[in-house]
Design a protein around this ligand. Sequence first.
Ligand code: ZN
Length: 421
Amino acid sequence: MTDAVKTDVAIDALRVDGPRLWDALMELAQIGATEKGGVKRLALTDLDRQGRDLVVGWAKAAGMTVTVDQIGNVFMRRAGTNDALPPVMTGSHIDTQPTGGKFDGNYGVLAGLEVVRTLNDHGIRTEAPIEVAFWTNEEGSRFVPVMMGSGVFCGAFTLEHAYAAKDVDGRTVGEELERIGYKGTQVPGDHPIGAYFETHIEQGPVLEDADKVIGVVPAVMGLSWYDCTVSGMEAHAGPTPMHLRRDAMQVAARIIPEVVAIANRYPPYGRGTVGMMQVFPNSRNVIPGQVKFSIDLRNVNDELLNTMHEEMTAFVAQVAADSGLDVKLERVSYYPPCPFHPDVVGAVRSATAKLGYSTMDVVSGAGHDAIYAARLAPSGMIFVPCKDGISHNEIEDAQPAHLEAGCNVLLHAMLERARVV
Ligand SMILES: [Zn+2]
């Protein structure tokens, strides 16, 4: 009894080694380092291989065993006292954007490694095994689709589909995996997960703006993407009287404010963006004959996202009828919102409270491997602030103290699930 109480106190006092975590991040960031202080380490390049080798070497030095599956996902395992239990897993990705930063993805993987190193330092055993994963091609920059490794793992698309994906030079994922020596033998998905945690920089400005250290992530927003094409008739801007025009731009200009209005009708997580526009023929003295633009609608609640979709569709139909122009609204992508598991979110919440960090809930507006992991196992995420909310940029930055705090939350949340023995 006394021993058990002592153990609980000792476990509560357990903290990761923040400087060691920071050093690992800085060392991995050397591989593919850019002049502006960022990282360019695209999926399945020689640099990716070097990054993978470095992390795998660290894992082996920490006594972990390493498994690679057929899509190149890597699982680094610290045995539990009951190895038949499914592992408590954490992970993320180590590929980057062409002008990426040091923290996106890399933090999630190295925070997991730091958890294991901390447990080793203190000789702490867990009943369930602990695993740290990095997933292949999360960024989707060199090869489409994004979140490829975790997507294949959970069966969102097939291994053959992923293998056939080509980069701009025509090299395929299958060839490149083989070339860098990371085409493993394990069948993707043939690998149980007891629970999945992912620590990540927020990639948005909410935590920094509210001056909070830990973001508890209850869900990831769903999204609906559209191509909208308005077709009119190009004609000379001078001789054509106003009442005889079929001006595609003016019709597009009626639709665009509605994208924002719809988002504003469904707060606090409604989002509406027109980020891309093509005008034909794009000449100052020609009435535009065709305007094509993108619409991006998001919300955290699927019902609300559907309502937004229906309102958008109805509005576009109305504008088409009023104007007499042909307006096509084509949905090109849809991801439902992903609510995380209450048990895992709860473990993050209670670890944060125990450690005394300032905290708030932050819904993720960006996709992560955890979305796919959530299809197979109870999953959740931990966010820490990043400077000015900026990522996918070489100036991406985060404070060592925040990264350390997120890693401490990960440690205690994982221990709650894996059970100290
Ligand atoms: Zn990421």
